[in-house]
Design a binder for this molecule. Structure first.
Ligand code: ARG
Length: 462
C-alpha cells in the first residue's frame, strides 16, 4: 500500500487499523494477565540472580508489575489493540510506570517463549478447577446412588428393556467414566507442568540465564529440554481438548438419557423447576433445557479440537503466528466444560426419582426372561435349550397379553417339567437384581462395594 495512491492516505490508515485488529490477540489473551505478570516477575528475579540486570532494576520491575496486576484486578487498566497482545500491553504499561528500566524486562526473552509460559501456567490452574468440578459432580452422583440404593429400573440395550438393574448402578457407571476423565486431566496437568521459558524466539539465548531458577520459582515439575520444541508444540492444548471432548461425550450421553427419562413416555425422573423452562405457547410444557444445552455444547468442544488439530497439522517449526489461533477455542472449551459440569451437578442433585414408574416398568415387561432361562440352567438344562424355552414363554405371553409373572405353574410346566413353585420368586425384580452378584454387577452387595470404593476414591482425591 502506498501513500502515492490518490486515496492512499485514507486507505492506508484504515488498512493499518484493520490489520492491527486482525492480528491483535489482546481481546482474548488478556485473560492470562495474571500468569503473564507472574511469569515476568519470576523472569526478572532470575535476571537479577544471574547478574544480567541489577538487583535494584529487578526490584523496580517487580514492584511495577505488582502495581499493574492490582490495576488490572480492579478494572482500572486500559487494554490497547494497538499494543497487540497481553505481553506488550503489560510491558508498555510497565515502562509507563517505572520509566526506561522497564525495557530491561524483556532481556533474554521472546514473546514466543513468553506466550508458551503464560499458557502453561494458565492451563495448570484451569485443569485443577475442572478436576474440582468433576469431583463435585461425582459426589452428587454417589449421593443420589446411595439415596436411591433400593430403586430398581430397567437396564437397556439397543434402547430395548434388557434386564432389571439398580438405578444406582446406572448412576455409578457415570461416576466411573468421570473418574477416568479426572485421570485424563491429570495427564493434561503433567504436560502443562513443563516450563518453556528460556527458549527465546527458538534457539535459546546468548545470555547466562538459569531456566531451573524460573521453574523453581513457578513450581514447575520439569523444563522443556529442547528450545524449538518449547516454542513450537501445543500438544498439551490438544490433549486438553481431547480430554474435554471425551468428558463432554459422557455428559452428553447422560443428558440424552435424562431428556428421555423426563418425557411422558418414560416418566422416570422429574427435573427441579429451577432447572427447567416453560413454553411461551404451550402451558403444560416443562422443558429439560439444561441437559439439552449440555448435549448441544458438546459439539463446540469437539469443533475446537478439530480446529486446533487442523491449525497445527502442517506447521513447520518453530513459532508461526497460526499458533495464536490456539487460544480462543481452548478458552471457549474451558468455559463450556466448567459451566456444563457445574450445572450438571445441580441437575443430578435436584432430580426427583419417580420410583413408582420405574417399578412399573420392570414389572410390566419381559426383562426377567434371562432369569427364567438361568432358573432352568440351575436345574441342569443346557443354556441354549433354556434360552429357547424362555423365548417360547415370552412369545406365548405376548399372544395372551400377559407377563411372565402372570402365568400359572401349570402353564409353566407345559414349557418344561423342570419348573416348580419357586419360579415365581426367581423372576421377581428383586431376585433378578440380587442374583447378579458377580464383580461389578448390579446386586445390592456389588453396588454397596462400588459406593464404598467411590467414597474412598473421592476422599483421596479431594
Ligand atoms: N500473541 C501471540 C500468540 O498468541 C504471542 C506471540 C507472538 N510472537 C510473534 N513472534 N509474533 O501467539
Amino acid at each position: 500500500m502506498s501513500n502515492k495512491q490518490l486515496w492512499g492516505g485514507r486507505f492506508e490508515k484504515s488498512t493499518d487499523e484493520m490489520i492491527n485488529e486482525f492480528q491483535a490477540s489482546i481481546n482474548f489473551d488478556k485473560r492470562m494477565y495474571r500468569e503473564d505478570i507472574e511469569g515476568s516477575i519470576a523472569h526478572a528475579k532470575m535476571l537479577a540472580a544471574q547478574k544480567i540486570i541489577s538487583e535494584d532494576d529487578s526490584q523496580k520491575i517487580c514492584a511495577g508489575l505488582e502495581k499493574i496486576l492490582k490495576k488490572i484486578d480492579s478494572g482500572d487498566f486500559e487494554f490497547k489493540i494497538a499494543l497487540e497482545d497481553i505481553h506488550m500491553n503489560v510491558e508498555a504499561a510497565l515502562t509507563e510506570e517505572i520509566g526506561a528500566v522497564g525495557g530491561k524486562l524483556h532481556t533474554a526473552r521472546s514473546r514466543n517463549d513468553q506466550v508458551a509460559l503464560d499458557t502453561h501456567l494458565y492451563m495448570r490452574k484451569q485443569v485443577r478447577e475442572i478436576q474440582k468440578l468433576i469431583l463435585e459432580l461425582q459426589k452428587a452422583l454417589v449421593d443420589a446412588a446411595e439415596k436411591n440404593s433400593d430403586v430398581i429400573f430397567p437396564g437397556y440395550t439397543h434402547l430395548q428393556r434388557a434386564q432389571p438393574i439398580l438405578f444406582a448402578h446406572h448412576l455409578l457407571a457415570y461416576f466411573f467414566m468421570l473418574k477416568r476423565d479426572f485421570e485424563r486431566f491429570e495427564g493434561v496437568y503433567s504436560r502443562a507442568d513443563i516450563m518453556p521459558l528460556g527458549a527465546g524466539a527458538l534457539a535459546g539465548t546468548t545470555l547466562p540465564i538459569d531456566r531451573n531458577f524460573v521453574a523453581r520459582e513457578l513450581k514447575f515439575g520439569e523444563i522443556y529440554q529442547n528450545s524449538l520444541d518449547a516454542v513450537s508444540d501445543r500438544d498439551y492444548l490438544l490433549e486438553f481438548l481431547s480430554a474435554a471432548s471425551i468428558l463432554m461425550i459422557h455428559l452428553s450421553r447422560f443428558s440424552e438419557e435424562i431428556i428421555f427419562w423426563c418425557s411422558r413416555e418414560f416418566s422416570f425422573v422429574e427435573l427441579d423447576d429451577a432447572h427447567c423452562t416453560g413454553s411461551s405457547m404451550m402451558p403444560q410444557k416443562k422443558n429439560p433445557d439444561v441437559p439439552e444445552l449440555v448435549r448441544g455444547k458438546a459439539g463446540r468442544v469437539f469443533g475446537h479440537l478439530t480446529a486446533l488439530l487442523t491449525t497445527i497439522k502442517a506447521l513447520p517449526l518453530a513459532y508461526n503466528k497460526d499458533l495464536q489461533e490456539d487460544k480462543e477455542g481452548v478458552f471457549d472449551a474451558l468455559d463450556t466444560v466448567k459451566f456444563s459440569l457445574s450445572v450438571f451437578a445441580q441437575i443430578v442433585s435436584g432430580m426427583k426419582i419417580r420410583k413408582k414408574n420405574m417399578r412399573r416398568a420392570v414389572e410390566e415387561d419381559f426383562s426377567n426372561a434371562t432369569d427364567v432361562a438361568d432358573y432352568l440352567v440351575k436345574k441342569n438344562l443346557p443354556f441354549r435349550l433354556a434360552h429357547e424355552v424362555s423365548g417360547k414363554i415370552v412369545r406365548y405371553c405376548i399372544e395372551k397379553e400377559l407377563y411372565i409373572k402372570d402365568l400359572t405353574l401349570d402353564e409353566f410346566k407345559k414349557f418344561s417339567p423342570l419348573f416348580e413353585a419357586d419360579i415365581f420368586d426367581a423372576i421377581k425384580p428383586e431376585t433378578c437384581v440380587a442374583a447378579r452378584n458377580s464383580q461389578g454387577g448390579t446386586s445390592p452387595r456389588q453396588i454397596e462395594l462400588q459406593i464404598e470404593f467411590a467414597r474412598s476414591w473421592l476422599e483421596k482425591n479431594s
